[in-house]
Write a protein that binds this ligand. Sequence first.
Ligand SMILES: NC(=O)c1ccc[n+]([C@@H]2O[C@H](COP(=O)([O-])OP(=O)(O)OC[C@H]3O[C@@H](n4cnc5c(N)ncnc54)[C@H](OP(=O)(O)O)[C@@H]3O)[C@@H](O)[C@H]2O)c1
Length: 336
Amino acid sequence: MPQNRRFLLQRRPDGTPVEADFELVTEDTPALAEGEFLIRNHYASLDPAMRGWMDESGNYIPPIPLGAPVRASTIGVVEESRAEGFEPGQWVMGLNALEDYSIGVAGGFTQPIDPALVPSVTNYLSIFGAVGMTAYFGFLEVCEPKPGETVLVSGAAGAVGSLVGQLAKIHGCRAVGIAGGPAKCARLTEKYGFDAAIDYRGKDEAALTAAIAEACPDGVDVIFENVGGIILDAGLMNLNLYARVGLCGLISEYNTAPRGIRNLWQLIVKRAHIRGLLVADYVERFGEGAAKMGEWAAAGKLTIDEHIDEGLENAFDSFMRLFAGTNDGKMILKIA
Ligand SMILES: NC(=O)c1ccc[n+]([C@@H]2O[C@H](COP(=O)([O-])OP(=O)(O)OC[C@H]3O[C@@H](n4cnc5c(N)ncnc54)[C@H](OP(=O)(O)O)[C@@H]3O)[C@@H](O)[C@H]2O)c1
């Protein structure tokens, strides 16, 4: 069995993760038991949610145990198998870890995938993976957009946000995106088709509230929230009557004590609602979502950007891009 480089969580981060919280080690890969198969991981998805899994409390799944490799969705190829239905050479996708090799179990979370069905096998981690399905079900089912409505998206240049803005345009809405810096704002309007872009950097809550009001002269009917903090509070001050807020993520609070929402009273004033969403709730319907996303992508209506860094030894720097905002698209780490 091959040697396995594994990126371990050695200490729970106190606020923003530092390199010393992790360690890259080389271990022997144990022999396969009956029903197991060996996966050579080729690509790993780096997701903001992984930060929550590093805390003692975890989030919607249990925390990563200390000394264990950092959990991540990966795609790879079966190298050896003692499991029916998993043959050497077959591509698979599953919730594994940041490591060269993972051991899959028949009947577990790892599923076969077919690279021939997609332009790039990495698309299984972006448009056809959790990111694409979060945008599809989170926006269309939780936010219930109607043609002509104004949709405000935070984290708009990121993996989920860029897709939500494009879905808003496909559904006849006006899309306004919030992102960090002029380059990302230009990408929103020029590449993803947003009607307007707001650079949040250097703005306090009052300035953000005014910028949203200017970019959304008819008010905001839907907020797709990825960031939280003052960005969400400024959005709430611009809601229309009966607006919907889809709470997808709060990345501005993942490394700090939660600030909380301060303008919640606007939900009363505007008879609006806010609803959390979790992509895991839609797993049974991923086929339906992937088919629709594939249709729109093939018709040239959806652009998907993937930011692919290379090397397991760069896992820390690549993961931290999500918090520095230096990822341009879905953050993926090429391992093999
Ligand atoms: N609920 C679910 O089922 C589900 C599923 C997937 C993802 N999510 C959530 O969706 C959000 C986006 O995830 P993603 O995978 O698409 O990541 P992403 O948007 O591709 O990358 C993260 C982006 O967040 C922005 N950001 C980071 N720290 C920030 C801060 N303090 N203030 C403002 N913006 C900040 C940065 O963009 P800027 O340069 O623009 O700042 C960064 O590029 C996250 O909150 C994630 O937890 C939820």
